[in-house]
Design a binder for this molecule. Structure first.
Ligand code: GDD
Ligand code: MG
Length: 355
């Protein structure tokens, strides 16, 4: 089976980080996010992957190339103007001409979906489209899906308001399509799978079925969730294993140097230190922390449940608490970044600042 990944969005809810890097390439535990999707696809024997790009298209080719290093064969489709999720898929039609059902994934979702069972379900129901569902507490942020007892979808409501909510099952951002459905999408114009195609298919009686997946699921599209995916992986809530050599709670890349008397708090957790990073004496870590490659953490700094991207310098005694710090930042001594701070790449925070 082939897979199409939709990666052309601007990632506005994950600014400032998506200004420099498109969302699906942002590092998660120091690897581009898409590598995790490739890992899941490869585990199910899917190697033929079509990437529908738009925003910062060239960055994907630069980072991922032919895909050989990731064990997949990548082909790129580029939109000059954003075509929406449906228009993007239509744009890839020529590469999907084999007549076989194909998989479509949103490029910002980590989902330990059983793809083989998903495909079996699709075939058994003889569906036009099968949509993977997951359960969330706040469906207003997603596409609400209502099904009947047979699992057939009766309503698809993108970003519903609270008074429209009667279920907690949402579109998990993974679909299996019968290729004949592509004929229902107009070519070369913006078109939405969620706001146009799916409601239309449901209303016109097409066989649209749900496949409820119980695995780990997250959409990394906000700063809070981007940070959370790191903590979830480091907390062992997913099947993914971060790499590095372990020493107590530290997981270190090559060339890492750590000072003396480091202390740890905040229950169990793992501290990832990217290659070439240095950590000064008396640094305190709490919970799980991910520090990117070539960073420098000053003496006596305190880092709790935070993510620090490549090449950032954190001054002596600075405090980073439940925040995300972009690449190449300079944080002065004794400065403090607190809950939900999101510091754009290249920022300078002067000593003693409180953010
Ligand atoms: N090529 C291309 N062109 N890709 C696009 C475009 C476009 O114009 N617009 C969005 N995408 C890609 C994004 O890059 C992302 O990977 C994916 O489509 C979904 O877009 P988001 O902007 O992240 O959508 P969302 O999170 O608000 O909602 C979607 O995902 C939810 C699950 O995470 C919808 O599919 C919801 O129904 C769903 O519940
Ligand atoms: Mg999203």
């Amino acid at each position: 089976m082939r897979a199409v990944i939709l990666i052309g969005g601007k990632g506005t809810r994950l600014r400032p980080f998506t200004i420099d890097t498109p969302k699906p390439l942002l590092p998660v535990l120091n690897r581009p996010f898409l590598h995790y999707q490739f890992e899941i696809l490869r585990a199910h024997g899917i190697k033929d992957v079509i990437l529908c790009t738009g925003y910062q298209s060239a960055a994907f080719r630069r980072s991922l190339g032919s895909g050989r290093a990731s064990g997949v064969r990548l082909r790129y489709v580029v939109e000059r103007e954003p075509l929406g999720t449906g228009g993007a898929l239509k744009n890839a039609e020529l590469l999907l001409a084999s007549g076989e059902p194909f998989l479509v994934l949103n490029g910002d979702v980590l989902n330990t979906l059983d793809i083989a069972a998903f495909l079996r379900h699709h075939k058994k129901q003889d569906a036009s489209v099968t949509i993977a569902l997951t359960k969330v507490k706040d469906p207003t942020l997603y596409g609400l899906v209502k099904t009947d007892l047979s699992g057939r979808i009766r309503e698809f409501l993108e970003k519903p308001s609270w008074d429209e909510i009667e279920a907690n099952t949402i579109n998990a951002g993974a679909y299996i399509f019968d290729p004949s459905v592509l004929a229902q999408i107009p070519g070369g114009v913006p078109f939405s799978l969620e706001r146009q195609l799916f409601p239309h298919l449901v209303a016109s009686g097409s066989r649209v079925f749900a496949f409820v997946s119980a695995g780990y699921w997250i959409d990394i599209g906000t700063v809070e969730r981007y940070r959370r995916v790191h903590l979830d992986i480091l907390g062992g809530h997913t099947p993914f294993k971060p790499s590095g050599s372990r020493k107590g709670r530290l997981l270190m890349g090559s060339g890492v140097k750590v000072g003396k008397e480091l202390t740890y708090g905040g229950g169990p957790g793992t501290i990832v230190l990217g290659p070439g990073t240095t950590v000064g004496d008396f640094v305190r870590f709490s919970g799980s922390v991910c520090v990117g490659p070539r960073c420098a953490i000053g003496k006596g700094a305190w880092l709790a449940d935070c993510v620090v991207l490549e090449g950032t310098r954190v001054g002596d005694g600075a405090r980073l608490e439940r925040c995300v710090v972009g690449a190449g930042c300079r944080i002065g001594a004794q400065a403090a970044l607190t809950e939900d701070a999101a510091l754009a790449g290249g920022s300078e925070v002067r000593s003693f600042s409180l953010l």
